[in-house]
Ligand binder design. Structure first.
Ligand SMILES: Cc1cc2nc3c(=O)[nH]c(=O)nc-3n(C[C@H](O)[C@H](O)[C@H](O)COP(=O)(O)OP(=O)(O)OC[C@H]3O[C@@H](n4cnc5c(N)ncnc54)[C@H](O)[C@@H]3O)c2cc1C
Ligand code: SF4
Length: 527
């Protein structure tokens, strides 16, 4: 008998569920909004991918990395894909969202947020998931399975004291000269201490070497704007491969808004690309529409209106750090993702604080308005800054961060037009955690001949890591809590497979965790 299974979404969570279903011999139908990059940008990326970076013209490079959020003067520029922000979802008439302050992040893209993400991937640690009903060893087992099938850049170094590599023969990207210098200074400072302060080369889902099927990093200096060579992992690349090989039945243009479970069957209501109402039935459904949209679909399906649901977020800030010694600039012949991870905890900081260290990249050049070949005092001053400043992206566990409140109100029209409302709340302990972490950074930086420029630190209020709205519990009490298989009490055959079921969010990374957890759910089901 063929089992009919649907996966809703095509992001990192969906891909975990899809790959685990594939192992069971199940070909799922993937219902996805599946928005894609516009044709002009897509053609430009394709054309540039056929050449080596050295053959690109200055104009082509500029077109690739244009970022309107830099020009708008946003304190922290948004990451875009070849100049487009299409993968950041917006309120739409067939799925309205309203909010006070920043809206929580959601995506309607093919591949979800993974099309523009940073690809930073660390396995979780016990202290960061101790409120989860699942043991960290079990989660890590699935992280290992997920990584085995993904491109990964990792090196055995100080970071491995706490963060296992989970791959037998890891390969790593080449760091640029400034990153090598900073790592060298960190190594010589004797501050490495298991369980308290570890650092090393960043762990990224990026292909370091070219294989017969895929292109490895070509060190083109454009990571912050999108990789034309597809060396940075995106769920969309996998979805398209699986769809072309016939392993999944991919249906883009579907906006799912309601799920009903009757007996052994699950009905999924969605609007198709022409806005027509459809309903399809399956034996089982995996809901991986991202934390915000999965919460919306659950509230809508269960007709839970006006109830406030807490959506947790990861917190953080960006700290510019002045280096007394000059940092050499290799750009554009380098990888511009953060090259170094620094993790610390201890004392009042019960969770790891995750710091990504970045040296000069294309966004910084744009932000400072540096023109190649420019001369004069201002140009020299800007060049001096780039040669002496690195950026530390400090990421905090959701216990230390603010959160959103989400609630759905019923409209007079069709059920998909019910409005999702949101309100953002800052964390009460924000100042304390900021002070504690900055104090630790000051001590670390001093040891390596650097100084955080604290007045220029920018709070990263719009965190892209959200979840925990339908938290997984060992014993489900509330009707919006989920069991270890991602099921709310009203459903037995619908599994919520994204970050909405994470009881809390580690400050380290959550994308890999989302893939691994979805794989775990599929494997644990008694089919
Ligand atoms: C700029 C940026 C950088 C990031 N960097 C990192 C990083 O370095 N490391 C890390 O771990 N995490 C990072 N993240 C976070 C990470 O990308 C997300 O946590 C992760 O991608 C979420 O995956 P998901 O599959 O759960 O959801 P999403 O990526 O939101 O995917 C949702 C999917 O569901 C579909 N969908 C949505 N609503 C519907 C609907 N109603 N009907 C049908 N389909 C629907 C969408 O089309 C999409 O395919 C970053 C995020 C951003 C934005
Ligand atoms: S440097 Fe970045 S954008 Fe360029 S090929 Fe490597 S991973 Fe891709």
């Amino acid at each position: 008998m063929t089992i009919e299974v649907a996966v809703i979404g095509s992001g990192l969570s969906a891909i975990g569920a899809i790959k685990a279903l594939q192992k069971l011999g199940i070909k799922p139908t993937v219902l996805d909004c599946g928005e894609t990059l516009d044709l002009e940008r897509s053609n430009l990326a394709d054309a540039l991918s056929a050449k080596d970076p050295g053959e690109w013209t200055e104009q082509e490079r500029k077109a690739l990395s244009q970022n309107f959020t830099v020009d708008k003067g946003d304190p922290i520029p948004k990451k875009l894909l070849f100049g487009s922000d299409y993968f950041y979802g917006k309120s739409r008439s067939d799925a309205p969202v309203e909010g006070k302050g920043s809206l929580p992040p959601f995506s309607y893209a093919l591949g979800g947020f993974s099309v523009g993400w940073g690809a930073a991937s660390l396995p979780p640690q016990e202290c960061d998931v101790n409120d989860w009903p699942i043991k960290v060893d079990e989660i890590n087992k699935y992280c290992e399975i997920a990584i085995a099938d993904l491109p990964y850049s990792a090196r055995v170094d100080g970071l491995s004291l706490n963060f296992e590599i989970l791959q037998s023969e890891p390969q790593a990207l080449h760091l640029n000269e400034a990153e090598r210098m900073i790592l060298d200074r960190l190594n010589k400072s004797s501050i490495l201490e298991k369980d308290k302060l570890v650092f090393g080369q960043s762990r990224l889902l990026v292909r370091p070497e070219t294989t017969d099927k895929f292109v490895g990093c070509k060190y083109c200096g454009q990571c912050m704007s999108g990789c034309v060579y597809k060396s940075i992992y995106k769920a969309s690349d996998d979805i398209l491969l699986l769809s072309n090989s016939g392993a999944i039945d991919y249906k883009p243009g579907c906006l799912v808004h309601e799920i009903t479970e009757t007996g052994d069957r699950v009905g999924v209501k969605f609007l198709d690309a022409d806005g027509r109402e459809n309903i399809s039935e399956f034996d089982r459904v995996f809901l991986a529409a991202g934390a915000v949209n999965s919460t919306r679909i659950v509230l809508n399906s269960l007709k839970i209106f006006d109830r406030k649901v807490k959506l947790r977020a990861r917190g953080g800030y960006v700290m510019p750090v002045f280096s007394f010694r000059k940092l050499p600039i290799d750009w554009p012949n380098c990888n511009t993702q953060p090259g170094i991870f620094l993790e610390f905890k201890g004392g009042w900081l019960k969770h790891w604080v995750h710091v990504q260290i970045s040296t000069a990249n294309e966004l910084l050049f744009q932000k400072l308005g540096i023109q190649p070949g420019a001369s004069g005092f201002v140009a020299r001053l800007k060049k001096f800054m780039v040669e002496h400043v690195m950026l530390m992206f400090v990421n905090l566990h959701s216990d230390y961060a603010g959160h959103y409140e989400l609630w759905l109100t019923q409209s007079a029209g069709k059920s998909n037009t019910n409005c999702l409302h949101s309100r953002h709340y800052k964390s009460g302990s924000h100042l304390l955690i900021f002070t504690l972490s900055v104090f630790r950074l000051l001590k670390i930086c001093w040891k390596i001949g650097c100084l955080p420029i604290i007045p220029f630190a920018k709070n990263n209020s719009g965190s892209y890591h959200v979840g925990s709205s339908l938290p997984m519990k060992a014993e489900v009490g509330d009707n919006l809590e989920t069991d270890e298989l991602g099921r709310v009490s009203a459903w037995r055959r619908v599994h919520i497979a994204d970050t909405s079921t994470f009881p809390s969010l580690p400050g380290t990374t959550i994308g890999l965790l989302a893939t691994a957890n979805a794989m775990r759910i599929v494997e644990k089901i008694r089919w």
